[in-house]
Design a protein around this ligand. Structure first.
Ligand SMILES: [Zn+2]
Length: 223
């Protein structure tokens, strides 16, 4: 049985983090979030960790070959024996190119799942969120909504829309995601990586996770 390498893509608001957690549990594979991985490496304080800390402190991006080296080491850890989910990686075409070489050398065929969501749904969801300017409590539209519309349950303050949730800010984040991700997805598809599009946010998270598992089992030839 070959090891699973699931590359999970999804824009902000697609539920990617939730899916990564659900799938990690039910598939018994590791969840590798590049952000967490870099932070852990910095915390370890070894020479590469210190180099990464310097790069991040100087505001620079961590170079592709460094990120790749870290991922390459990470997937040799025991928790990746059955497979792993890559979350937030590869982020550039160069990273994707290097990753393919690493995986090919190990005989692993990656599978891409792209959680696609209607941008209008994300904007409605995020721009419908409210925050209390007094105590910081967060309220949603469909879940965790306040008892009285637009008023904080705890202190009666009038709720506000966070700057990050304003429609134009959300749209800009989504466009940024597209600019960065579309070329990487195209590259992977063109090199023959099996790519599945799954509708995120339109079903409960558990149902989406079941659909992804089905795709991996029935259509991916893995697990
Ligand atoms: Zn409040």
């Amino acid at each position: 049985m070959s090891r699973l390498c699931l590359i999970l893509f999804g824009p902000p608001g697609s539920g990617k983090g939730t899916q990564a957690k659900l799938l990690r549990q039910s598939l018994e594979v590791a969840h590798i979030s590049t952000g967490d991985m870099l932070r852990e490496r910095v915390a370890s304080g070894d020479s590469l960790g210190r180099a990464v800390a310097d790069m991040m402190q100087s505001g620079g991006l961590v170079p592709d070959d460094t990120v790749n080296r870290l991922v390459e080491e990470r997937i040799e850890q025991p928790d990746c024996a059955r497979g792993f989910i890559l979350d937030g990686y590869p982020r550039t075409v160069e990273q994707a190119r290097l990753l393919e070489t690493v995986l090919a050398a190990k005989g692993i065929s990656p599978v891409v799942v792209h959680l696609q969501v209607d941008y209008n749904v994300i904007i409605a969801r995020l721009s419908g969120r409210r925050q209390c300017p007094t105590c910081g409590a967060l309220y949603g539209v469909t879940s965790n909504s306040p008892e009285v519309s637009e008023v904080c349950d705890y202190d009666g303050s009038k709720l506000v829309v966070r700057d990050d949730d304003k429609a134009e800010v959300v749209l800009e984040r989504l466009r940024g995601y597209d600019r960065q991700t579309v070329p990487v997805l195209e590259f992977l598809k063109n090199t023959g990586v099996r790519t599945f599009v799954v509708k995120g946010a339109e079903m409960p998270p558990q149902a989406i996770a079941r659909q992804i598992k089905w795709l991996l089992k029935e259509r991916g030839g893995t697990a």
